[in-house]
Design a protein around this ligand. Structure first.
Ligand code: 6V0
Length: 315
């Protein structure tokens, strides 16, 4: 008899601010029946599991435990949030040496138990770490990918929605490229209610959008938050939850996850974000959006920035 699958299992490696917030978001969503928390700081992982577990009477049944890599075995998804975060004034790319070292140490251990899990990279610089994780694991690009600019795209939609006085869910607009300073706002395909966003503004009697200002606010959002409270974690936690949901519910959702790009827009052998179908197989198909010449150039520049770093860290 085929053994019945015992519900959805999600593992989170690195239970700091982002990992713990993601655990909380996943837990209250009801999408998983088992959540495993792993951290080099075992006390931290245990404390988080205890704290989350205390909510049992308010949510759908879920077993929240802390554990080792072996306990991650059978996970549908492993969310990788281990590593240092940005300090005020640091860029995401500044973190690369520290976080590559952590990845090199922990991923091979994790893979002993999780070679069939979908691995969602979140630690920064997420595009470089996703590329490194693909190389270290040898797993397909559908199975190992990063949260990329899912968060930046949400920030972009929020900015546009506020300006356009409309529900952010009615705005379709993407941030692509690096999750970081060279990211690209795609204005040419930004729409509200299916019409070009500038046309929409005209209809509503709004002045044309200050594109430079909006793109700058999106690009620097994390710096501004870190300057004030030291770290960002709630919105990224919901980005993680959203990606997990698209996978687990086989949604075919279009999300700007980061993954291996080859022979697209003149870019090869690089991980960056593009609108991508996410479903039960993981990162399924990249949507080749029409871009203006300037958007394409900016995207290639973003790829170049990332490729330099990838080369520097020896991948
Ligand atoms: P944090 O609060 O310092 O937590 C990191 C955790 O990782 C700590 O609990 C560490 O003990 C743990 N850790 C370190 N080494 C290991 C290891 N080898 N195995 C297991 N656990 C380990 O950082 P925070 O949670 O704020 O950030 C985590 C990562 O997410 C950082 O790299 C951030 O830059 C990154 N972010 C990525 C975002 C995105 O959109 N992709 C957004 C925000 C932060």
């Amino acid at each position: 008899m085929v053994e019945k699958k015992k519900g959805v299992k999600i593992a989170i490696v690195g239970v700091g601010l982002v990992g713990a917030s993601a655990a909380f978001a996943i837990m209250i969503s009801g999408m998983a029946s088992q959540l495993v928390l792993v951290d080099v700081n075992k006390d931290k992982a245990e404390g988080e599991a205890m704290d989350l577990g205390d909510a049992a009477a308010f949510i759908k049944p879920i077993n929240v435990m802390y554990g080792t890599y072996a306990d991650c075995q059978g996970a549908d998804i492993v969310v990788f949030t281990a590593g240092a975060n940005q300090k005020p004034g640091e860029t995401r790319l500044d973190l690369v040496q520290k976080n590559i070292a952590i990845l090199k140490e922990s991923l091979p251990q994790l893979l002993k138990y999780c070679s069939e899990s979908i691995i969602l990279m979140v630690s920064n610089p997420v595009d470089v770490l996703t590329y490194a994780a693909l190389k270290i694991s040898g797993l397909p690009a559908s199975q190992v990918f990063g949260s990329g600019t899912v968060l930046d795209t949400s920030r972009f939609k929020a900015e546009l929605a506020e300006y356009c006085q409309v529900d952010p869910r009615n705005v379709h607009a993407y941030i692509v490229g690096e999750h970081g300073d060279s990211e690209v706002a795609l204005w040419s395909t930004a729409t509200v209610a299916g019409i070009d966003i500038e046309q929409y503004c005209q209809q509503r009697g709004l002045a044309p959008i200050d594109r430079q200002l909006v793109a700058e606010r999106v690009r620097t959002a994390a710096y501004e938050i870190i300057k004030r409270k030291g770290a960002t974690y709630y919105a990224v936690a919901l980005s993680i939850k959203r990606i997990c949901e698209a996978i687990l519910r086989n949604e075919n959702s279009i999300l700007t996850v980061s993954g291996l790009v080859n022979n697209l827009y003149g870019i090869e052998h690089c991980c960056l974000s593009l609108p991508t179908i996410v479903n039960g197989t993981g990162r399924s198909k990249v949507i080749a959006l029409p871009m203006t010449v300037r958007e394409e150039e900016a995207l290639r520049n973003s790829a170049q920035v990332l490729k330099e770093i990838i080369k520097q860290v020896g991948f």
